[in-house]
Design a protein around this ligand. Structure first.
Ligand SMILES: [Zn+2]
Length: 275
């Protein structure tokens, strides 16, 4: 699933290509990907609207349109939002096509879990999913002291807590495993047992892996492509994620895989002891 760095990369790519473009028409190939309103109304409301701005919140892409409407995209597992300058033959699994005054924007999704919703911009905060989101880990409101206090107050294991979008917006399986490795913390540690020094290390490593993820334009281990249809490069420097049995780059111990909170989880048994 695209996480914060992948979604941020897509938003930046599309920002430069889409702002100022006008949606001339929309083709809904698979109606269920439009969460609201009904497909016919969705198309009618979008026709003739200029795209004014793109932004990200958690793993959501927000596309602001003239007249105070916003398109909210959630790519979920395998969704892709790709701009192309020409109306080239569409790839398989194209569910939605936005025909612009210059070029086209396609929404494709192999697994069909991704959704788009058109909402009045002032109602963004009420959209299910967006409504519950916690702080942005790269934003100014993500504060080290407050983070440490909330870890202490939690009764949950650290990895599922970090994956909870209401706790922190934008982390998924890849960057959580990488952040915990860099901080030397076992994914099953109860959050409240982290020492102050460990909590601070985790705070720093979360921001570090997310920033590097953006610098490397995201991780392409499965389906992720950027806004221009190109893969990212963060998979080249992954330390534990999907590296089961391979040597930990820090100490040489074989990376292990466990289930943690129902998710496949990768960690180094030496660098991240259970204690
Ligand atoms: Zn190690």
């Amino acid at each position: 699933m695209p996480e914060l760095p992948e979604v941020e990369t897509i938003v930046r790519d599309l920002q430069s290509r889409l702002v100022g473009r006008v949606i001339q028409s929309v083709a809904v190939v698979l109606p269920k990907v439009v969460a609201a309103p009904a497909a016919s109304q969705f198309c009618r409301l979008l026709q003739g609207r200029e795209i004014t701005h793109l932004r990200r919140r958690g793993k959501y892409i927000l596309m602001d349109l003239a007249g105070d409407w916003t398109l909210v995209f959630h790519l979920r597992l395998t969704g892709q939002l790709v701009y192309s300058a020409t109306a080239e033959p569409f790839p398989k699994h194209t569910h939605l096509v936005f025909y612009l005054d210059q070029g086209v924007l396609r929404f494709t999704d192999l697994r069909q879990f991704g959704r788009v919703r058109l909402v009045p911009s002032r109602e963004i905060d009420q959209v299910p999913g967006l409504r519950e989101l916690g702080v942005e880990p790269l934003g100014p409101e993500f504060n080290e002291k407050e983070f440490c206090r909330r870890l202490k107050a939690s009764r949950r294991m650290i990895k599922p807590l970090l994956l909870d979008q209401a706790f922190l917006a934008g982390l998924g399986n890849i960057y959580t495993d990488e952040a915990l490795h860099r901080a030397g913390i076992h994914p099953e540690r109860p959050a409240a047992t982290l020492k102050a020094q460990e909590a601070r290390a985790l705070y720093r490593s979360i921001r570090e892996v997310l920033r590097e993820g953006i610098d490397f334009r995201g991780t392409s281990v499965q389906h992720y492509l950027d806004g221009a249809g190109q893969p990212g490069r963060f998979q080249e420097i992954l330390r534990v994620y999907r590296r089961q049995g391979l040597p930990c780059p820090a100490c040489g111990t074989a990376v292990a895989r466990i289930r943690c909170g129902g998710r496949g989880t990768y960690y180094c048994p030496s660098c991240q002891p259970r204690r």
